[in-house]
Design a protein. Sequence first.
Lengths: 227, 227
Amino acid sequence: MVLVSGGMDSATVLALARATGFAAHALSFRYGQRHAVELEAASQVARALGAATHRVEDVDLRSLGGSALTADLPVPKDRSGGEIGHGIPPTYVPARNTLFLAYALAWAEVIPARDIFLGVNALDYSGYPDCRPEFLAAFERVANLGTRLGVEEGSFRIHAPLLHLTKAEIITRGRDLGVDFGLTRTCYDPDAAGAACGRCDACALRLRAFAQLGLTDPAPYQRRAGG
Amino acid sequence: MVLVSGGMDSATVLALARATGFAAHALSFRYGQRHAVELEAASQVARALGAATHRVEDVDLRSLGGSALTADLPVPKDRSGGEIGHGIPPTYVPARNTLFLAYALAWAEVIPARDIFLGVNALDYSGYPDCRPEFLAAFERVANLGTRLGVEEGSFRIHAPLLHLTKAEIITRGRDLGVDFGLTRTCYDPDAAGAACGRCDACALRLRAFAQLGLTDPAPYQRRAGG
Protein backbone atom coordinates (compact mmCIF):
# COMPACT_ATOMS: atom_id res chain seq x y z
CA MET A 1 0.00 0.00 0.00
CA VAL A 2 1.54 3.27 -1.12
CA LEU A 3 0.03 6.70 -0.54
CA VAL A 4 0.53 8.44 -3.87
CA SER A 5 -0.15 12.17 -3.98
CA GLY A 6 1.14 12.85 -7.46
CA GLY A 7 4.21 14.61 -6.06
CA MET A 8 7.89 13.79 -6.30
CA ASP A 9 8.29 12.10 -2.95
CA SER A 10 5.46 9.60 -3.18
CA ALA A 11 6.50 8.70 -6.75
CA THR A 12 9.97 7.88 -5.46
CA VAL A 13 8.48 5.82 -2.62
CA LEU A 14 6.33 3.87 -5.06
CA ALA A 15 9.42 3.16 -7.18
CA LEU A 16 11.33 2.07 -4.06
CA ALA A 17 8.53 -0.27 -2.96
CA ARG A 18 8.37 -1.79 -6.44
CA ALA A 19 12.16 -2.15 -6.60
CA THR A 20 12.10 -3.93 -3.23
CA GLY A 21 9.81 -6.52 -4.77
CA PHE A 22 6.42 -5.40 -3.45
CA ALA A 23 3.26 -5.56 -5.52
CA ALA A 24 1.97 -2.04 -4.98
CA HIS A 25 -1.55 -0.79 -4.34
CA ALA A 26 -1.62 2.96 -4.84
CA LEU A 27 -4.02 5.15 -2.86
CA SER A 28 -4.82 8.81 -3.49
CA PHE A 29 -7.38 11.20 -2.05
CA ARG A 30 -9.68 13.79 -3.54
CA TYR A 31 -10.02 15.80 -0.36
CA GLY A 32 -10.94 19.19 -1.74
CA GLN A 33 -7.36 20.28 -2.42
CA ARG A 34 -7.01 23.32 -4.65
CA HIS A 35 -4.24 21.46 -6.47
CA ALA A 36 -6.47 18.58 -7.60
CA VAL A 37 -4.37 18.41 -10.76
CA GLU A 38 -2.08 16.24 -8.62
CA LEU A 39 -4.65 13.42 -8.90
CA GLU A 40 -4.13 13.16 -12.65
CA ALA A 41 -0.40 13.10 -11.95
CA ALA A 42 -0.98 10.37 -9.34
CA SER A 43 -2.74 8.20 -11.94
CA GLN A 44 0.07 8.65 -14.42
CA VAL A 45 2.71 7.94 -11.79
CA ALA A 46 0.89 4.82 -10.57
CA ARG A 47 0.60 3.51 -14.11
CA ALA A 48 4.17 4.39 -15.11
CA LEU A 49 5.63 2.68 -12.04
CA GLY A 50 3.56 -0.46 -12.34
CA ALA A 51 1.14 -0.20 -9.41
CA ALA A 52 -1.21 -3.21 -9.36
CA THR A 53 -4.19 -0.98 -8.55
CA HIS A 54 -4.84 2.72 -8.01
CA ARG A 55 -7.70 3.85 -5.83
CA VAL A 56 -8.82 7.47 -5.48
CA GLU A 57 -10.93 8.07 -2.40
CA ASP A 58 -13.20 11.01 -1.70
CA VAL A 59 -12.82 12.53 1.73
CA ASP A 60 -14.28 15.96 2.31
CA LEU A 61 -11.75 18.11 4.10
CA ARG A 62 -12.67 21.27 2.23
CA SER A 63 -15.93 21.85 4.06
CA LEU A 64 -14.06 21.67 7.36
CA GLY A 65 -11.78 24.51 6.29
CA GLY A 66 -8.77 25.46 8.35
CA SER A 67 -6.14 25.21 5.63
CA ALA A 68 -4.80 27.27 2.74
CA LEU A 69 -4.83 24.10 0.66
CA THR A 70 -8.56 23.56 0.93
CA ALA A 71 -10.08 26.92 1.88
CA ASP A 72 -9.95 30.39 0.46
CA LEU A 73 -6.85 31.37 2.37
CA PRO A 74 -3.75 32.58 0.54
CA VAL A 75 -0.93 30.11 -0.11
CA PRO A 76 2.33 31.71 1.13
CA LYS A 77 4.67 32.65 -1.72
CA ASP A 78 8.29 33.70 -2.10
CA ARG A 79 9.35 32.64 1.38
CA SER A 80 13.08 32.17 1.92
CA GLY A 81 14.69 28.83 2.70
CA GLY A 82 15.15 30.03 6.28
CA GLU A 83 11.45 30.71 6.69
CA ILE A 84 10.29 27.39 5.27
CA GLY A 85 10.10 24.68 7.90
CA HIS A 86 10.01 27.04 10.87
CA GLY A 87 6.59 26.85 12.43
CA ILE A 88 3.56 25.15 10.94
CA PRO A 89 2.44 27.04 7.80
CA PRO A 90 -1.16 27.77 6.74
CA THR A 91 -0.92 25.02 4.11
CA TYR A 92 -1.10 22.49 6.96
CA VAL A 93 -4.33 20.49 6.55
CA PRO A 94 -5.85 19.42 9.89
CA ALA A 95 -5.14 15.76 10.63
CA ARG A 96 -4.60 14.97 6.96
CA ASN A 97 -2.01 12.26 7.31
CA THR A 98 -3.88 10.69 10.23
CA LEU A 99 -6.96 10.46 8.05
CA PHE A 100 -5.09 9.23 4.98
CA LEU A 101 -3.27 6.59 7.00
CA ALA A 102 -6.54 5.52 8.64
CA TYR A 103 -8.13 4.92 5.26
CA ALA A 104 -4.98 3.20 3.99
CA LEU A 105 -5.12 0.96 7.05
CA ALA A 106 -8.74 0.01 6.36
CA TRP A 107 -7.94 -0.92 2.77
CA ALA A 108 -4.68 -2.65 3.73
CA GLU A 109 -6.50 -4.82 6.23
CA VAL A 110 -8.95 -5.99 3.57
CA ILE A 111 -6.35 -6.74 0.86
CA PRO A 112 -4.51 -7.81 3.19
CA ALA A 113 -1.33 -5.76 2.96
CA ARG A 114 0.89 -5.27 5.99
CA ASP A 115 3.23 -2.65 4.62
CA ILE A 116 2.05 0.92 4.24
CA PHE A 117 4.46 3.31 2.53
CA LEU A 118 4.30 7.07 2.46
CA GLY A 119 6.58 9.77 1.19
CA VAL A 120 6.91 12.04 4.18
CA ASN A 121 10.29 13.43 4.99
CA ALA A 122 11.61 15.37 7.93
CA LEU A 123 14.36 17.29 6.11
CA ASP A 124 13.51 19.98 3.56
CA TYR A 125 9.92 19.69 4.64
CA SER A 126 7.23 22.20 5.25
CA GLY A 127 6.98 21.91 9.01
CA TYR A 128 3.94 19.63 9.23
CA PRO A 129 3.55 17.76 12.52
CA ASP A 130 2.16 14.68 10.77
CA CYS A 131 5.38 14.16 8.82
CA ARG A 132 7.51 13.43 11.88
CA PRO A 133 8.90 10.02 12.88
CA GLU A 134 7.25 10.09 16.32
CA PHE A 135 3.87 10.58 14.68
CA LEU A 136 4.45 7.66 12.32
CA ALA A 137 5.52 5.41 15.19
CA ALA A 138 2.39 6.36 17.12
CA PHE A 139 0.20 5.59 14.12
CA GLU A 140 1.85 2.21 13.63
CA ARG A 141 0.88 1.43 17.21
CA VAL A 142 -2.72 2.44 16.50
CA ALA A 143 -2.70 0.17 13.42
CA ASN A 144 -1.55 -2.83 15.40
CA LEU A 145 -3.93 -2.25 18.32
CA GLY A 146 -7.03 -1.18 16.42
CA THR A 147 -7.41 -3.83 13.70
CA ARG A 148 -8.14 -7.52 13.54
CA LEU A 149 -4.98 -8.19 11.52
CA GLY A 150 -2.86 -6.14 13.90
CA VAL A 151 -4.22 -7.85 17.01
CA GLU A 152 -4.17 -11.37 15.62
CA GLU A 153 -0.88 -11.12 13.75
CA GLY A 154 0.67 -7.85 14.96
CA SER A 155 2.40 -6.92 11.80
CA PHE A 156 1.45 -3.60 10.22
CA ARG A 157 4.48 -1.54 9.36
CA ILE A 158 4.49 2.12 8.36
CA HIS A 159 7.38 2.75 6.00
CA ALA A 160 8.69 6.25 5.38
CA PRO A 161 11.89 5.53 3.46
CA LEU A 162 12.49 9.19 2.59
CA LEU A 163 12.21 10.40 6.16
CA HIS A 164 15.84 11.39 6.53
CA LEU A 165 16.68 12.29 2.93
CA THR A 166 17.02 15.78 1.52
CA LYS A 167 14.95 16.68 -1.53
CA ALA A 168 18.10 16.48 -3.66
CA GLU A 169 18.78 12.97 -2.38
CA ILE A 170 15.18 12.01 -3.15
CA ILE A 171 15.57 13.22 -6.73
CA THR A 172 18.80 11.27 -7.11
CA ARG A 173 17.21 8.13 -5.69
CA GLY A 174 14.15 8.55 -7.91
CA ARG A 175 16.21 9.04 -11.05
CA ASP A 176 18.21 5.90 -10.27
CA LEU A 177 14.90 4.03 -10.06
CA GLY A 178 13.60 5.44 -13.31
CA VAL A 179 11.01 7.88 -11.94
CA ASP A 180 9.90 10.38 -14.56
CA PHE A 181 9.63 13.55 -12.50
CA GLY A 182 8.02 15.25 -15.47
CA LEU A 183 4.85 13.35 -14.52
CA THR A 184 4.85 14.57 -10.93
CA ARG A 185 3.15 17.69 -9.60
CA THR A 186 4.22 19.40 -6.39
CA CYS A 187 2.80 22.92 -6.52
CA TYR A 188 0.20 24.00 -3.94
CA ASP A 189 -1.29 26.59 -6.26
CA PRO A 190 -1.07 25.53 -9.91
CA ASP A 191 -2.95 27.26 -12.73
CA ALA A 192 -5.90 25.68 -14.50
CA ALA A 193 -3.59 23.91 -16.95
CA GLY A 194 -1.63 22.37 -14.08
CA ALA A 195 1.46 24.52 -14.45
CA ALA A 196 3.27 25.16 -11.16
CA CYS A 197 3.48 28.63 -9.60
CA GLY A 198 7.18 28.31 -8.82
CA ARG A 199 6.74 30.44 -5.70
CA CYS A 200 4.96 28.43 -2.99
CA ASP A 201 6.97 26.54 -0.35
CA ALA A 202 6.53 23.24 -2.20
CA CYS A 203 7.81 24.71 -5.48
CA ALA A 204 10.67 26.50 -3.70
CA LEU A 205 11.92 23.28 -2.07
CA ARG A 206 11.60 21.37 -5.31
CA LEU A 207 13.30 23.97 -7.50
CA ARG A 208 16.13 24.42 -5.03
CA ALA A 209 16.80 20.67 -5.02
CA PHE A 210 16.90 20.43 -8.81
CA ALA A 211 19.22 23.46 -8.89
CA GLN A 212 21.53 21.89 -6.29
CA LEU A 213 21.91 18.90 -8.58
CA GLY A 214 22.50 21.09 -11.65
CA LEU A 215 19.31 19.69 -13.21
CA THR A 216 16.30 21.30 -14.84
CA ASP A 217 12.94 20.35 -13.36
CA PRO A 218 11.00 18.67 -16.20
CA ALA A 219 7.56 19.65 -14.77
CA PRO A 220 5.70 22.59 -16.31
CA TYR A 221 5.87 26.02 -14.64
CA GLN A 222 3.87 29.17 -15.27
CA ARG A 223 5.74 31.89 -17.17
CA ARG A 224 6.55 34.76 -14.85
CA ALA A 225 5.13 38.13 -15.85
CA GLY A 226 7.65 39.60 -18.27
CA GLY A 227 9.59 36.32 -18.26
CA MET B 1 -17.01 16.47 19.64
CA VAL B 2 -19.14 13.40 20.12
CA LEU B 3 -19.25 10.46 17.73
CA VAL B 4 -22.96 9.67 17.49
CA SER B 5 -23.91 6.44 15.74
CA GLY B 6 -27.60 6.48 16.55
CA GLY B 7 -27.17 3.69 19.07
CA MET B 8 -27.71 3.53 22.81
CA ASP B 9 -24.14 4.03 23.90
CA SER B 10 -23.30 7.13 21.91
CA ALA B 11 -26.64 8.72 22.90
CA THR B 12 -25.70 8.21 26.54
CA VAL B 13 -22.24 9.67 25.91
CA LEU B 14 -23.76 12.73 24.26
CA ALA B 15 -26.06 13.19 27.27
CA LEU B 16 -23.07 12.82 29.62
CA ALA B 17 -21.01 15.37 27.70
CA ARG B 18 -23.91 17.83 27.75
CA ALA B 19 -24.53 17.22 31.45
CA THR B 20 -20.83 17.90 32.14
CA GLY B 21 -21.31 21.33 30.60
CA PHE B 22 -19.84 20.80 27.12
CA ALA B 23 -21.33 22.36 24.01
CA ALA B 24 -21.53 19.28 21.81
CA HIS B 25 -20.73 18.86 18.13
CA ALA B 26 -22.16 15.55 16.95
CA LEU B 27 -20.49 13.59 14.16
CA SER B 28 -21.92 10.60 12.30
CA PHE B 29 -20.78 8.64 9.26
CA ARG B 30 -22.54 7.29 6.22
CA TYR B 31 -19.96 4.60 5.52
CA GLY B 32 -22.02 2.12 3.56
CA GLN B 33 -23.45 0.39 6.62
CA ARG B 34 -26.41 -1.86 5.93
CA HIS B 35 -28.07 -0.35 8.97
CA ALA B 36 -28.08 3.21 7.61
CA VAL B 37 -31.37 3.74 9.44
CA GLU B 38 -29.13 4.52 12.40
CA LEU B 39 -28.28 7.86 10.76
CA GLU B 40 -31.86 9.04 11.07
CA ALA B 41 -31.72 7.94 14.68
CA ALA B 42 -28.45 9.85 15.11
CA SER B 43 -30.12 13.05 13.88
CA GLN B 44 -33.02 12.63 16.26
CA VAL B 45 -30.72 11.85 19.17
CA ALA B 46 -28.47 14.84 18.40
CA ARG B 47 -31.49 17.14 18.27
CA ALA B 48 -33.18 15.69 21.36
CA LEU B 49 -30.03 16.02 23.45
CA GLY B 50 -29.19 19.54 22.36
CA ALA B 51 -26.11 19.09 20.18
CA ALA B 52 -24.97 22.45 18.80
CA THR B 53 -24.31 20.94 15.37
CA HIS B 54 -24.64 17.53 13.74
CA ARG B 55 -22.44 16.60 10.82
CA VAL B 56 -22.89 13.45 8.72
CA GLU B 57 -19.79 12.56 6.74
CA ASP B 58 -19.55 10.22 3.78
CA VAL B 59 -16.72 7.73 3.93
CA ASP B 60 -16.84 4.79 1.58
CA LEU B 61 -16.04 1.63 3.50
CA ARG B 62 -18.52 -0.51 1.59
CA SER B 63 -16.43 -0.73 -1.59
CA LEU B 64 -13.51 -1.99 0.50
CA GLY B 65 -15.60 -4.90 1.76
CA GLY B 66 -14.31 -7.13 4.50
CA SER B 67 -17.23 -6.80 6.91
CA ALA B 68 -20.71 -8.21 7.39
CA LEU B 69 -21.87 -4.66 8.14
CA THR B 70 -20.92 -3.29 4.74
CA ALA B 71 -20.67 -6.26 2.39
CA ASP B 72 -22.95 -9.09 1.42
CA LEU B 73 -21.81 -11.35 4.24
CA PRO B 74 -24.33 -12.75 6.72
CA VAL B 75 -24.71 -11.01 10.07
CA PRO B 76 -24.40 -13.68 12.79
CA LYS B 77 -27.69 -14.34 14.56
CA ASP B 78 -28.86 -16.13 17.69
CA ARG B 79 -25.43 -16.43 19.26
CA SER B 80 -25.35 -17.10 22.98
CA GLY B 81 -23.98 -14.68 25.56
CA GLY B 82 -20.94 -16.92 25.88
CA GLU B 83 -20.17 -16.71 22.18
CA ILE B 84 -20.51 -12.95 21.94
CA GLY B 85 -17.27 -11.16 22.72
CA HIS B 86 -15.03 -14.18 22.16
CA GLY B 87 -12.99 -13.55 19.06
CA ILE B 88 -13.54 -10.78 16.56
CA PRO B 89 -16.85 -11.33 14.73
CA PRO B 90 -17.54 -10.76 11.00
CA THR B 91 -19.38 -7.55 11.85
CA TYR B 92 -16.00 -6.01 12.61
CA VAL B 93 -15.40 -3.19 10.09
CA PRO B 94 -11.73 -2.77 9.17
CA ALA B 95 -10.16 0.21 10.94
CA ARG B 96 -13.56 1.85 11.44
CA ASN B 97 -12.88 3.59 14.73
CA THR B 98 -9.42 4.68 13.58
CA LEU B 99 -11.02 6.31 10.56
CA PHE B 100 -13.90 7.85 12.49
CA LEU B 101 -11.55 9.23 15.12
CA ALA B 102 -9.23 10.58 12.42
CA TYR B 103 -12.09 12.52 10.86
CA ALA B 104 -13.30 13.67 14.27
CA LEU B 105 -9.78 14.89 14.98
CA ALA B 106 -9.67 16.89 11.74
CA TRP B 107 -12.98 18.58 12.54
CA ALA B 108 -12.07 19.04 16.21
CA GLU B 109 -8.87 20.81 15.27
CA VAL B 110 -10.75 23.28 13.09
CA ILE B 111 -13.52 24.09 15.61
CA PRO B 112 -11.29 23.93 17.83
CA ALA B 113 -12.52 21.29 20.27
CA ARG B 114 -10.07 19.39 22.41
CA ASP B 115 -12.39 16.78 23.83
CA ILE B 116 -13.50 13.88 21.64
CA PHE B 117 -16.10 11.55 23.13
CA LEU B 118 -17.11 8.14 21.91
CA GLY B 119 -19.36 5.43 23.23
CA VAL B 120 -17.11 2.38 23.08
CA ASN B 121 -17.18 -0.01 25.97
CA ALA B 122 -15.07 -2.98 26.85
CA LEU B 123 -17.71 -4.93 28.80
CA ASP B 124 -20.71 -6.47 27.05
CA TYR B 125 -19.08 -5.59 23.77
CA SER B 126 -18.75 -7.39 20.50
CA GLY B 127 -15.04 -8.14 20.60
CA TYR B 128 -13.82 -5.31 18.39
CA PRO B 129 -10.12 -4.43 18.79
CA ASP B 130 -10.80 -0.73 18.23
CA CYS B 131 -13.01 -0.53 21.32
CA ARG B 132 -10.22 -1.28 23.79
CA PRO B 133 -8.58 1.22 26.15
CA GLU B 134 -5.07 0.60 24.78
CA PHE B 135 -6.29 1.50 21.30
CA LEU B 136 -7.86 4.72 22.55
CA ALA B 137 -4.69 5.69 24.41
CA ALA B 138 -2.64 5.06 21.27
CA PHE B 139 -5.00 7.20 19.20
CA GLU B 140 -4.83 10.03 21.72
CA ARG B 141 -1.06 9.99 21.27
CA VAL B 142 -1.49 10.18 17.49
CA ALA B 143 -3.84 13.14 17.94
CA ASN B 144 -1.36 15.05 20.04
CA LEU B 145 1.63 14.30 17.80
CA GLY B 146 0.01 14.66 14.40
CA THR B 147 -1.86 17.97 14.60
CA ARG B 148 -0.97 21.61 14.97
CA LEU B 149 -3.17 21.99 18.02
CA GLY B 150 -1.72 18.85 19.61
CA VAL B 151 1.87 19.91 19.03
CA GLU B 152 1.45 23.54 20.01
CA GLU B 153 -0.88 22.99 22.96
CA GLY B 154 -0.80 19.24 23.58
CA SER B 155 -4.29 18.84 24.77
CA PHE B 156 -6.52 16.48 22.79
CA ARG B 157 -8.32 14.04 25.01
CA ILE B 158 -10.22 10.96 23.89
CA HIS B 159 -13.07 10.31 26.32
CA ALA B 160 -14.74 6.92 26.54
CA PRO B 161 -16.86 7.31 29.66
CA LEU B 162 -18.71 4.02 29.12
CA LEU B 163 -15.57 1.95 28.74
CA HIS B 164 -16.02 0.00 31.94
CA LEU B 165 -19.79 -0.01 32.24
CA THR B 166 -22.09 -2.90 31.48
CA LYS B 167 -24.92 -2.33 29.03
CA ALA B 168 -27.37 -2.34 31.93
CA GLU B 169 -25.34 0.35 33.69
CA ILE B 170 -25.31 2.38 30.48
CA ILE B 171 -29.09 2.20 30.26
CA THR B 172 -29.43 3.28 33.88
CA ARG B 173 -27.03 6.17 33.35
CA GLY B 174 -28.81 7.21 30.17
CA ARG B 175 -32.25 7.12 31.79
CA ASP B 176 -30.98 9.28 34.65
CA LEU B 177 -29.82 11.81 32.05
CA GLY B 178 -33.11 11.78 30.16
CA VAL B 179 -32.06 9.79 27.10
CA ASP B 180 -35.04 8.53 25.14
CA PHE B 181 -33.84 5.07 24.10
CA GLY B 182 -36.86 4.78 21.86
CA LEU B 183 -35.02 7.10 19.46
CA THR B 184 -31.91 4.94 19.35
CA ARG B 185 -31.18 2.11 16.89
CA THR B 186 -28.71 -0.66 17.65
CA CYS B 187 -29.53 -3.50 15.26
CA TYR B 188 -26.97 -4.54 12.64
CA ASP B 189 -29.62 -5.89 10.31
CA PRO B 190 -32.86 -3.92 10.56
CA ASP B 191 -35.71 -4.22 8.08
CA ALA B 192 -36.59 -1.46 5.62
CA ALA B 193 -38.82 0.25 8.18
CA GLY B 194 -35.95 0.34 10.69
CA ALA B 195 -37.32 -2.36 12.99
CA ALA B 196 -34.61 -4.35 14.76
CA CYS B 197 -34.06 -8.05 14.08
CA GLY B 198 -33.75 -8.95 17.75
CA ARG B 199 -31.25 -11.68 16.93
CA CYS B 200 -27.89 -10.16 15.98
CA ASP B 201 -25.18 -9.68 18.62
CA ALA B 202 -26.03 -5.99 19.03
CA CYS B 203 -29.73 -6.74 19.61
CA ALA B 204 -28.89 -9.63 21.93
CA LEU B 205 -26.70 -7.47 24.18
CA ARG B 206 -29.27 -4.69 24.20
CA LEU B 207 -32.27 -6.89 24.92
CA ARG B 208 -30.43 -8.76 27.66
CA ALA B 209 -29.57 -5.48 29.38
CA PHE B 210 -33.15 -4.19 29.31
CA ALA B 211 -34.32 -7.56 30.62
CA GLN B 212 -31.78 -7.46 33.46
CA LEU B 213 -33.26 -4.14 34.53
CA GLY B 214 -36.83 -5.44 34.21
CA LEU B 215 -37.50 -2.87 31.51
CA THR B 216 -39.04 -3.10 28.05
CA ASP B 217 -36.89 -1.77 25.22
CA PRO B 218 -38.88 1.09 23.66
CA ALA B 219 -37.27 0.64 20.22
CA PRO B 220 -39.23 -1.14 17.46
CA TYR B 221 -38.53 -4.84 16.76
CA GLN B 222 -39.66 -7.01 13.90
CA ARG B 223 -42.43 -9.48 14.74
CA ARG B 224 -41.07 -12.99 14.85
CA ALA B 225 -42.63 -15.47 12.44
CA GLY B 226 -45.69 -16.81 14.22
CA GLY B 227 -45.10 -14.29 17.03
